[in-house]
Design a protein around this ligand. Sequence first.
Ligand SMILES: *[C@@H]1O[C@H](CO)[C@@H](O)[C@H](O)[C@H]1NC(C)=O
Ligand SMILES: *[C@@H]1O[C@H](CO)[C@@H](O)[C@H](O)[C@H]1NC(C)=O
Ligand SMILES: *[C@@H]1O[C@H](CO)[C@@H](O)[C@H](O)[C@H]1NC(C)=O
Ligand SMILES: *[C@@H]1O[C@H](CO)[C@@H](O)[C@H](O)[C@H]1NC(C)=O
Ligand SMILES: *[C@@H]1O[C@H](CO)[C@@H](O)[C@H](O)[C@H]1NC(C)=O
Ligand SMILES: *[C@@H]1O[C@H](CO)[C@@H](O)[C@H](O)[C@H]1NC(C)=O
Ligand SMILES: *[C@@H]1O[C@H](CO)[C@@H](O)[C@H](O)[C@H]1NC(C)=O
Length: 330
Amino acid sequence: MRMLLQVLVSVHLITIIISFVFIAQEAGASMTKPGCPEKCGNITIPYPFGMGKGCYLNRNFEITCNMSSNPPRPLLLQEVQLLQISEDYLRINDIVHHSCFNKQSGKTNSSHVPYNRTHHFSYSHTQNEFIAIGCDIFAYITEDNSKTNATGCASLCNTDEDIATDFSSSACSGIGCCRTYLQTDISRFYLKMRSINMITPIWTSQPCGLAFISERNFSIRQYFNLSSKFLERNLYFVPAVLDWSVGDVSCPEAIRRKNYACGQNTYCHNSIQGQGYKCHCSKGYQGNPYLANGCQGTVSSPFQHFLYLFFLPRGNIAILLFFSSESLLL
Ligand SMILES: *[C@@H]1O[C@H](CO)[C@@H](O)[C@H](O)[C@H]1NC(C)=O
Ligand SMILES: *[C@@H]1O[C@H](CO)[C@@H](O)[C@H](O)[C@H]1NC(C)=O
Ligand SMILES: *[C@@H]1O[C@H](CO)[C@@H](O)[C@H](O)[C@H]1NC(C)=O
Ligand SMILES: *[C@@H]1O[C@H](CO)[C@@H](O)[C@H](O)[C@H]1NC(C)=O
Ligand SMILES: *[C@@H]1O[C@H](CO)[C@@H](O)[C@H](O)[C@H]1NC(C)=O
Ligand SMILES: *[C@@H]1O[C@H](CO)[C@@H](O)[C@H](O)[C@H]1NC(C)=O
Ligand SMILES: *[C@@H]1O[C@H](CO)[C@@H](O)[C@H](O)[C@H]1NC(C)=O
């Protein structure tokens, strides 16, 4: 009994806390494969996109940098001018479809234009809108060459002045200019424009129309010069937003494949298109999820790594007990 008391009294509880200090990863880790150029002009090109052999995931993500422009311009698929690459979207400078009506017949000479991108790049239905500018026109897009799943709008005018009026109010409400939304993401479609002879044929004074997909809320006035005959100019570009993804299959299948594109500490997310996928860094990690070791840990909590040491001396016998904070919680 006395012995037990003595033990209890002489128990010295010493807690030594050892914390492992983890030095946060240096910020600004590379977004490209080693030895690959980071930028074209002032635009950062993160992997899986890349410039030069061995720097991109596959040909769909090859970027060519046009050094003859000032500043140099990155091109996707050899032709689409890139404005920005983010983890979620690509912002591109897209060509505007232009159609003119024959003054005798009222028919257009180019009634449909196919847009044929790969499924890796689709126009985002949440970030874009469809706009048509002109008088007495109906512009629409279809997924194939039939009339299924069409999206479009009609723009009428009474006078040439109507276009300028609808522009200045930014309404684009169907008099000189009309806008509508996309129902789903699309990567392949036909864009068509027709003259609607509902009212006195206008095409004699305004024989051309423009139609395009553009990013939402962009300033129409900033991109089109409203001086007379601006509809007859046939080279305009507007900013548009593309969703992008890698691979040809969805996550469960992709993960099993040898060419799975996501690095360590990542998770896979199915593409909105139903074909292909995207990679994201797991919680607590950040960086480029497409590089093998792109996702690096952010500062970890030192409390996770505490060690508690209990020292129980009894005569010349010392009992040392070690616990990590995790085992104490068990
Ligand atoms: C690149 O430079 C242009 C012109 O100076 C600027 O408008 C644009 O916002 C810049 N882009 C990026 C991604 O910094
Ligand atoms: C590269 O830029 C120059 C100058 O802007 C232009 O003339 C040329 O067509 C561009 N090349 C490509 C492949 O777009
Ligand atoms: C259509 O007509 C316009 C104006 O007459 C012309 O500039 C354009 O090149 C023509 N397009 C085609 C595909 O013939
Ligand atoms: C669109 O591209 C696909 C695959 O690249 C091809 O099979 C198809 O024929 C193309 N369609 C048109 C209308 O060019
Ligand atoms: C467009 O503007 C509206 C109203 O200002 C805003 O609610 C919406 O988020 C904007 N859309 C985009 C894609 O920026
Ligand atoms: C049209 O849309 C429906 C539902 O959104 C879809 O099931 C169908 O495949 C689409 N048709 C074509 C030709 O893509
Ligand atoms: C618009 O076009 C007119 C006539 O072609 C030209 O004088 C003017 O500089 C242009 N304005 C802009 C902002 O491009």
